[in-house]
Ligand binder design. Structure first.
Ligand SMILES: [Zn+2]
Length: 219
């Protein structure tokens, strides 16, 4: 069974190709803002298995361009396999009001265009749940998830998947909602480490792959 990396950012092509040689076949490559949308799309056009995720990350809300929403819609329309990411809220960073506004707008676009979203959430769960509550139809991937059981229960009302890179949260996530990621190049691992990571986490590659197919199905 092949493997996948459910969350990473732009890395050189040879990093992806080394992972492909280890049977990692699908990569959700997330942008952080308008400045890397073109690079992410170009990589997905060059390399099989790279799914582009376009969005504005909460750390980079000051990098938006005046027409960013129009540009995002246009690029999503032109690229039917593209998803929306990395987007979200971060309570450790400034400007929560602006973060919420930009996050809301991106969820709205994802909802209208029927695309899944890749979410970053740190210390902003009340605001996150409030905004998600307005977009119950959107499929979401909570990236680098590290919440507890209570939070997972709340997120069960949404069409939520959870991608993890360490073991401590696995016991609270439903088996059919688990995905794995490296968050390269920010994480400690790169996508070629995925088979070892899956091994360490004692996950079964075949059901992980089924979860990935469910996530991609009917996006
Ligand atoms: Zn990330």
């Amino acid at each position: 069974m092949p493997y996948f990396d459910a969350h990473l950012h732009l890395v050189p092509d040879d990093v992806i190709l080394r992972a492909v040689a280890k049977n990692v076949r699908t990569f959700f490559v997330n942008a952080t803002g308008p400045k890397d949308w073109g690079g992410v799309l170009a990589q997905s056009n060059r390399l099989l298995g790279v799914y582009p995720c376009l969005g504005v990350h909460p750390w980079f809300i000051d990098d938006i361009t005046p027409l960013w929403e129009n540009d995002l819609k246009k690029l999503l329309k032109e690229n039917p396999i593209a998803m929306v990411g990395e987007i979200g809220l971060d309570g450790t960073r400034p400007d929560m009001e602006k973060q919420m506004d930009i996050f809301f707008r991106q969820l709205k676009i994802a909802d209208e265009m029927g695309r899944a979203v890749h979410i970053h959430c740190v210390k902003a769960w009340p605001q996150m749940l409030e905004i998600l509550g307005q977009f119950k139809g959107v499929k979401i991937l909570m990236h680098r998830f590290s919440g507890d059981e209570v939070l997972v229960q709340k997120l069960r009302f949404f069409n939520a998947y959870f991608s993890v890179l360490n073991a401590h949260v696995l016991s609270v996530i439903p088996d059919n909602r688990v995905l794995v990621e490296t968050d390269a190049p920010d994480g400690l691992k790169t996508p070629e480490n995925i088979p070892d990571l899956v091994d360490q986490l004692r996950l079964q590659p075949d059901y992980l792959w089924q979860n990935l197919e469910l996530f991609l199905d009917g996006r």
